[in-house]
Design a protein around this ligand. Structure first.
Ligand code: UT7
Length: 331
């Protein structure tokens, strides 16, 4: 088999302007800056404006990724948007972005794997290029979680936030790009993190609104335990598929859910923290957007050199998890 090597040709991200500090949240719920920093590592986060929806953030991130790649919107064959906060049930955010970008030649769909969504999308997009079906795929992780977070629930209100990140995928130098991956799910853990109302099980009604069922419900402690276990396991599987070991990792780019989860996962993989890309202090947990935002910031800062082994690990509701190993290459 003469399979193509598929890599990241360009990256972009977009964070809404509105900065919300821990002190701002102290005004809304019974919490403190000290608790939030110590238990989560978050100092501030961004919230989208009232008239700003997920497709707006996604479009801006995508425009930056296209510019970074030097690829025109008309060259894109497929747009995948990983999100759980679409502008509306349908049309998909991917279709809205396709229209905004004037990417007339692109197929478009949304992918639901919650915080693992971008990492799932990366694998799906790469495979469609590898097999020769498509040449260029735009994968976007975009969320406006502030719109589905209960501002009276201190368990979630201090954690979730908004942002978008995007990657243009295409053929890369042989032997580089995506060289290993692992995708997984455990639907039996679905109750640990969910938005119970507004879907076909409990359609939106005065009752579902009164019961606040349209907001995120999370069993933080159980999700925490799952996260620290699965991050190491999934990264190891993806590395094994690339015939590599943790010692080969140049940088780990984890989903930014909680600094303590990140630290524990790094420790289990035997990685010093200077090999881990962290920006949770600035942006909080942006679900599907967190990995591409962190990746974009690290790449733009000149951190990555050709040949570096970059491991991304996502985990989240579903439960889901996804890891990918990229041998970095940029012209
Ligand atoms: O994106 C992927 C999915 N999500 C995650 O990965 C999230 C994983 N979970 C977490 O990050 C953490 O569980 C949280 C940050 C959500 C909570 O931190 P924790 O250390 O697990 O806190 P806890 O739920 O064990 O609560 C400890 C104490 C409790 O008080 P008592 O019962 O000991 O008196 C809570 O009521 O902290 C209290 N607490 C808070 N106090 C101040 C919970 N949230 C807050 C808060 N401010 N915001």
């Amino acid at each position: 088999m003469n399979e193509k090597s598929v890599g990241i040709l360009g990256l972009g991200s977009y964070l809404p302007e509105k900065v919300v500090t821990n002190q701002d949240l102290e005004q809304l719920v019974d919490t403190s800056d000290e608790w939030i920093v110590e238990r989560t590592g978050i100092r501030e986060r961004r919230f989208a404006g009232e008239d700003e929806a997920t497709s707006d953030l996604a479009t801006k991130a995508a425009e930056r990724a296209l510019a970074d790649a030097g690829v025109g919107a008309e060259e894109i064959d497929l747009i995948i948007v990983a999100t759980v906060t679409p502008d509306m049930f349908f049309p998909s955010v991917a279709c809205l972005v396709q229209a905004n970008l004037k990417a007339a030649n692109a197929a478009a769909f949304d992918l639901t794997a919650v915080c693992s969504g971008f990492a799932y999308g990366l694998v799906v997009g790469s495979q469609l290029i590898r097999t020769g079906m498509y040449r260029k795929v735009l994968v976007i992780g975009a969320e406006t979680l502030s719109k589905i977070t209960d501002r009276t629930d201190r368990n979630t209100a201090v954690v979730f936030a908004d942002g978008a990140g995007a990657a243009v995928l295409g053929e890369t130098s042989p032997g580089f790009g995506l060289i290993g991956a692992d995708l997984g799910a455990d639907g039996t853990g679905g109750d640990l993190l969910k938005v119970p109302g507004g879907g076909s099980r409990r359609p939106a009604s005065a009752e579902t609104i009164a019961e606040r069922l349209h907001f995120i419900r999370m069993n933080g402690q159980e999700v925490f335990k799952f996260a620290v276990k699965i991050m190491g396991e999934s990264a190891l599987k993806a590395l094994a598929r690339a015939k590599l070991a943790p010692a080969d990792i140049t940088y780990l780019v984890p989903h930014q859910a909680n600094i303590r989860i990140i630290q524990t996962a790094a420790k289990r993989l035997g990685l010093p923290l200077d090999k881990v890309v962290v920006n949770i202090d600035k942006y909080g947990n942006t679900s599907a957007a967190s990995i591409p935002i962190a990746l974009d910031e690290a790449a733009r800062s000149g951190k990555f050199k050709n040949g570096d082994v970059i491991v991304m690990v996502g985990f989240g509701a579903g439960l889901t998890w996804a890891s990918s190993v990229i041998k970095w290459y940029r012209k």
